[in-house]
Design a protein around this ligand. Sequence first.
Ligand SMILES: Nc1ncnc2c1ncn2[C@@H]1O[C@H](COP(=O)(O)OP(=O)(O)O)[C@@H](O)[C@H]1O
Ligand SMILES: [Mg+2]
Length: 338
Amino acid sequence: MNSDEKTLVQVRNLSVTYHTRLGPVSAVNDISFDINRSEILGLVGESGCGKSTLGKALMRMIMPPGEISGGSILFNGKDVMQFDQKRLRDFRGRQISMIFQDPMTSLNPVQRVDEHVIEAIQVHEEKPDKEDVISRVKALIERLGIQERRLRDYPHQLSGGMRQRVMIGLGLVLNADLIIADEATTSLDVIVEAMLVDQLREIREEFGVALLMITHNIALVAEIADRIAVMYAGKIVELGDIKEIFDNPLHPYTRGLLRSVPSIRLDDREELFKMSGEPPNLTHPPSGCRFHPRCPEAMPICSRIGPGMDEVSPGRWVHCWLYQDHPQKDRSTIKVNA
Ligand SMILES: Nc1ncnc2c1ncn2[C@@H]1O[C@H](COP(=O)(O)OP(=O)(O)O)[C@@H](O)[C@H]1O
Ligand SMILES: [Mg+2]
């Protein structure tokens, strides 16, 4: 497979700014990454670091006072920034769909489940065959573990887990290439969450759909994702194979983040880590590397110049001066084993 066939989404230098009364909020800052076909990519980071903004930007769903202030998004090789309203409507749903924490906000309370699905198909397909639509919906609903009679229920009659599965179904019935799940399992109890996660994994196998799993639950990502992107203050700071990153986190933020998760600590005797300092205010982000005020390994250059995103080994990207050279970088200040 060459890289074009493998790559579903190509994001380059993407920035999103919210224009607030207190000034511009730089919620996504010059981010570049790819999403591969059929992969599960986990997107993790503290609350407020820009995960949801990035997910919505991929669908061009940023509403005022926000705007995509720079960069490009190619989806299946097509330039999403150039889509007109009609093309965008078709794109959302048929190629990409997003499920949120509370699907009640996306489902129409006075529409039955089957009406939602049929409507989704009608919006996106010209003159669908009614019999064909109904059989596809039935097969899909059964596949998702929802009884056929549930098709006649209204959203409020379903459990939270079932509502999420209906939302997944709405994406799958149109053969979407990418489903973005934004904290989609967060409000479910752990058993239902585990079931849904298993189903997401199976769905990926069966339908070949790619998943962008946005979550603050790193243990969940550890279980399901192929690759992980770690976000801090509007930047992706580390990106790569899940196992490589968990075995050997390179960015100081990733190291802190992994040490703060009880279930995946490598050594049980290790103290649970609490990252010092507060997440930055994105109206006035720190100069240079946005993590430098909290970084245990900060060097003089870090407060002055932001590092680039460098591929330090095949497929492994890190946004950190520890792994990059610069004429102004003074190596003598690197602390070992900090
Ligand atoms: N509609 C909005 N108006 C102004 N600021 C916003 C808006 N939505 C998000 N933000 C700001 O953008 C930043 C990123 O938010 P968000 O993408 O929701 O982060 P996350 O999903 O990681 O919690 C935060 O500083 C947040 O306050
Ligand atoms: Mg969010």
